[in-house]
Design a protein around this ligand. Structure first.
Ligand SMILES: C[S@@+](CC[C@H](N)C(=O)[O-])C[C@H]1O[C@@H](n2cnc3c(N)ncnc32)[C@H](O)[C@@H]1O
Length: 326
């Protein structure tokens, strides 16, 4: 990935629900000054500290409100929760309090945050018949922001993975002129999953003869799926892919060379992706250190924002700030 030479822009940035820092790395590479991050998953914090920066704090955001430093930009790839369903049970005021979006809202209000970047699954737009998304937009509007949102696919940013995520970018009316913010333009995909496969792969990643029919089957009544392997553009990596025993939900590749080299007769020549291949399919750098188990690493990469996508957005925000600051 071609990176902009970081220049010291005066905007200090914090990241909530940081995970292993997919959003954070893209913003770092674009020159933003990351000063504070948080997650309540201790393994994600370990990986972040080893690879992204020491600024991550382990703990539940609901208990850390007083520790959040002064900042200008807030990043948050937050878990999606319904507003209205909770509301039905607990009344309107508790509706907001019960959700993690409310934590974000409180921080923005207290710190006069200038730019907000939110990330979520594509389906947040339709979640709870659109009410969740409407509520988020309404609250940002009430806080005085120009709001833009778009669904971006990692496959349009140089990464052979179909991963649609919704990004909301909001600029405070107090600090910016009203000009349309442009999301990054799609790029032509020049590589396939096969170009990213590891040279040497251990036998443990290959499917055993015993389970291959289940894994590459059509599923059961509750969940039917068409078996596909060797996809040039991988299916979305998921946080639960470590389980890898669900019919046709994850990515599998044929790897004759390593199958022959490993010489294990209990296995087939089809295998799952290695954590290192998942790293590449999420745009994390080559000098990445895996400091957790394979199971945790799969979960972490499955949860992350693709770095190429966050980098592309960060560059556009950078341009916008330069041109439109009041
Ligand atoms: C989808 S992941 C975030 C991906 C990440 N933002 C990125 O850029 O790669 C959501 C994260 O939110 C964290 N999380 C959920 N609830 C939390 C809470 N109450 N306090 C802190 N972290 C929380 C989870 O541990 C998970 O790592």
């Amino acid at each position: 990935m071609q990176r902009i030479k970081p220049i010291n822009i005066e905007f200090d940035t914090i990241s909530l629900f940081a995970g292993i820092g997919g959003l954070d790395l893209g913003f770092k590479y674009a020159g933003f000054n990351l000063i504070w991050a948080n997650d309540f998953d201790k393994f994600a914090c370990l990986t972040y500290q080893e690879n992204v920066g020491k600024e991550i704090i382990y703990g539940d955001i609901r208990e850390l409100q007083d520790e959040i430093p002064k900042h200008e930009i807030l990043l948050a790839g937050f878990p999606c929760q319904p507003f209205s369903t909770l509301g039905k049970l607990q009344g309107f005021s508790d509706t907001q309090r019960g959700t993690l979006f409310f934590e974000i809202q409180k921080i923005i209000e207290k710190h006069n945050t200038k730019v907000v970047v939110l990330e979520n699954v594509k389906n947040i737009i339709n979640h709870d018949k659109g009410k969740t998304f409407d509520k988020i937009l309404l609250e940002l509007d009430k806080l005085g922001f120009y709001i833009y949102y778009e669904v971006l696919n990692s496959a349009d940013f140089g990464i052979p993975q179909r991963r649609n995520r919704c990004f909301i970018v909001a600029f405070s009316k107090k600090y910016f002129k009203k000009t349309k913010f442009e999301f990054p333009k799609k790029q032509k995909l020049e590589i396939t999953t096969q170009d990213l496969l590891d040279e040497k792969v251990e036998a443990k990643y290959f499917l055993s003869k015993k389970i291959i029919n289940t894994i590459l089957g059509y599923g059961t009544k509750g969940y039917m799926a068409k078996p596909t392997i060797d996809l040039p553009i991988s299916k979305t990596l998921t946080a639960t892919m470590a389980k890898m025993h669900r019919a046709s939900q994850d990515n599998y590749v044929t790897d004759e060379k390593n199958f022959v080299a490993n010489n294990d007769e209990t296995r087939t020549n089809i295998r799952k992706l290695t954590p290192n291949e998942c790293r590449k399919l999420q745009g994390f750098p080559d000098d990445w250190k895996q400091v957790v188990s394979d199971c945790q690493a799969y979960k972490q990469f499955g949860n992350a924002v693709t770095v190429n996508v966050s980098y592309a957005i960060a560059k556009e925000i950078f341009k916008f700030i330069k041109l439109n600051k009041l």
